[in-house]
Design a protein around this ligand. Sequence first.
Ligand SMILES: NC(=O)c1ccc[n+]([C@@H]2O[C@H](COP(=O)([O-])OP(=O)(O)OC[C@H]3O[C@@H](n4cnc5c(N)ncnc54)[C@H](O)[C@@H]3O)[C@@H](O)[C@H]2O)c1
Ligand SMILES: O=C(O)C(=O)C[C@]1(C(=O)O)C=C[C@@H](O)C=C1
Length: 366
Amino acid sequence: MLSSHLAGPVLVIGTGLLGTSVGLGLRAKGVHVYLSDISPTAAGVAQDIGAGTLLEHQQIAPELVVIGAPPDVTAALVGDALLAYPNATVVDIASVKGSILAGVLADERLGQSDTSRYVGTHPMAGREKSGPAAARGELFTSMPWVICAHEGAEASRVKAAESLAIDLGATMHRMSVTEHDESVALISHFPQAASSMIASRLLNAEGHQLALAGNGLRDTTRIAASDEKLWIQIFSHNAAALVPILTGMKDDLDRLINTLQNPQGPGALLDLSQLMTEGNAGKARIPGKHGAPPQAFALVTVLIDDRPGQIAQLLTEIGDAQINIEDLRMEHSAGHQVGMVDVSVVPGRRDELIDVLTKNGWKVAQ
Ligand SMILES: NC(=O)c1ccc[n+]([C@@H]2O[C@H](COP(=O)([O-])OP(=O)(O)OC[C@H]3O[C@@H](n4cnc5c(N)ncnc54)[C@H](O)[C@@H]3O)[C@@H](O)[C@H]2O)c1
Ligand SMILES: O=C(O)C(=O)C[C@]1(C(=O)O)C=C[C@@H](O)C=C1
């Protein structure tokens, strides 16, 4: 078992997707984890899948308490935990930070020595699913984890919060709550709003239209499946940072509508070209997964028969050719006994991959 920075025990309050993922990740490091949730079922499932031990009537003195509940109850749960466990560091992992810090500092039950043990944090990893059954111990590996220590936080408490991120394999980013909320409004909350709006256009789509859906629609709507109860809280807690970004989008939309109302008009084509090139440039600024520099991988699509062992064979042959796979995705072709595997590789190895696979008899769609 790998050694951990945290000694434990750690108490996770709120054992849904995120809290259970924290429990699973810490258990894999050998840290003792207790689990608690307002829903006995959520806590029970988390225990059953190995995220820790149910907190029932045991008297515990946790080193760290992690609040993994929704944003609207987080500040109150932080306050409860600071009072219930007077020696513990208490962190939350909610997606918004300013409103929660304000709630904790305004809690009249707490003195300065209590709030000095609180550190707000936010792992930038998640899924469009919720609940403990969707949890993964590796969720945070190489993903950013923001630490938003407030002015009154004790250094040793900040270190404990950082130890949690390190033990779970995340990369640490320190910032103020304001910097955090503005950043995530742009890179997380705005994309969620845009994805939900794109998907909501489909409500009245005809079946024959939807039957044509390809990767463009799937790529832009994955997170539209996210939990509505969680996101109404995130949007409303971070409204001030989100409004300017949505206003900028509205201006762009107005400009596009204007241009398309007269697509042969003077400057219209230049306007459309600008929309695309600005989008290309923005996309190129997104770092590669796991913090790597931006890199456009080359995609090779391989057609495989829909029968057992095909993917394993494909991966073995790519491995034998000493070509590293950067990303892998599989799609089924509706109504056909065929699958399509998208293999991403560094651009310099693309032609070689196509050669190897074609020689080995695979059908490669170029
Ligand atoms: N889902 C994501 O992608 C993601 C990513 C990063 C951070 N977060 C943050 O993590 C937190 C949890 O999100 P999630 O996706 O795991 O949600 P979830 O719905 O899967 O889990 C939340 C859990 O909190 C429990 N809970 C609610 N009120 C409680 C209370 N008063 N006391 C104890 N438990 C309570 C619920 O029963 C549920 O099991 C949220 O604050 C969210 O903003 C989510
Ligand atoms: O991958 C996803 O499904 C997510 O939406 C994760 C995501 C994100 O925007 O990156 C969503 C909200 C969280 O606060 C942090 C991470």
